[in-house]
Ligand binder design. Structure first.
Ligand code: 5GP
Length: 191
C-alpha cells in the first residue's frame, strides 16, 4: 500500500534489535485518515470471506482493527493483557511473548464476545515472530472459531511470523512488507 510505505519511509525510525519505530502515526499518535484507508484496504482484501468479527490485541492493534470493522460493518474485539490470572472462568486466555518489551503477557477475551458461529479476521499492527497472532489463534481455537484471514499493517518479512499463519493455510495480507532494517537506518521494502 503506497500511502503506508511513503509514511513509513518519511517517518519510520530504525531502532536497535530490528525494531521499527512508527509512533508518529501508529503506535502512539495515530493518523486517522491513514487508518481509515488501511481499514478499507483490509475490507477489500477480505471481502469474500463473510467476516463477522475482527479480533486484535490491545493497544496498537485497536486503531487499524476498528477501521477494518467499520469498513466491513462488523464488531471489533480486542484481547486484553492481564497480569493476574485468578478469574479465568469466563475468559479465553493465551500466552504471548512480547518481542519489543521482552516480557510474557497473558491475553484474554471474554467468552461473551465470541461465538463458534463467528468467522473472524485477525488484525495487528506488526507481524514479527508471530507470537501475538499465535495467541489470537490459540484463543480462536479454544472458542471453536474459524479464522478466515490475518491482516497486518507492517510485516517484517525477515522474521518468521508469516510461517505461523501460512502453516495453518490462512490468508495473510500485509499492507507494508519490510525485508530489512539496516544498521545505518535504512528501511528496505519487498518489491
Ligand atoms: P510478534 O508477536 O509477531 O513477534 O510481534 C508483534 C507485536 O510486537 C506487535 O503487536 C507489535 O506490538 C510488536 N512489534 C514487533 N515488532 C515491532 C517493531 O519493529 N516495531 C514496533 N513498533 N512494534 C513491534
Amino acid at each position: 500500500m503506497k500511502l503506508l510505505e511513503d509514511k513509513i519511509r518519511n517517518e519510520g525510525i530504525v531502532l536497535p534489535h530490528n525494531v521499527l519505530k512508527v509512533d508518529g502515526f501508529l503506535n502512539h499518535q495515530v493518523d486517522p485518515e491513514l487508518m481509515f484507508e488501511i481499514g478499507k484496504e483490509f475490507a477489500r482484501l477480505f471481502k469474500d470471506k463473510d467476516i463477522t468479527k475482527v479480533l486484535t490485541v490491545e493497544s496498537s492493534g485497536i486503531a487499524p482493527a476498528v477501521m477494518a470493522g467499520l469498513a466491513l460493518n462488523v464488531p471489533v474485539v480486542f484481547a486484553r493483557k492481564h497480569k493476574s490470572l485468578t478469574l479465568t472462568d469466563d475468559l479465553f486466555t493465551a500466552e504471548v511473548y512480547s518481542y519489543t518489551k521482552q516480557t510474557t503477557n497473558h491475553i484474554s477475551i471474554s467468552k461473551r464476545f465470541l461465538s463458534s458461529q463467528d468467522r473472524v479476521l485477525l488484525v495487528d499492527d506488526f507481524l514479527a515472530n508471530g507470537q501475538a497472532i499465535s495467541g489470537l489463534l490459540d484463543i480462536a481455537d479454544a472458542a471453536g472459531i474459524d479464522v478466515e484471514g490475518v491482516g497486518i499493517v507492517i510485516e517484517k518479512t525477515f522474521q518468521r511470523g508469516s510461517q505461523v499463519v501460512r502453516d495453518r493455510g490462512i490468508q495473510l495480507e500485509s499492507l507494508a512488507r519490510i525485508k530489512a532494517l539496516t544498521d545505518d537506518g535504512q528501511i528496505e521494502f519487498e518489491k
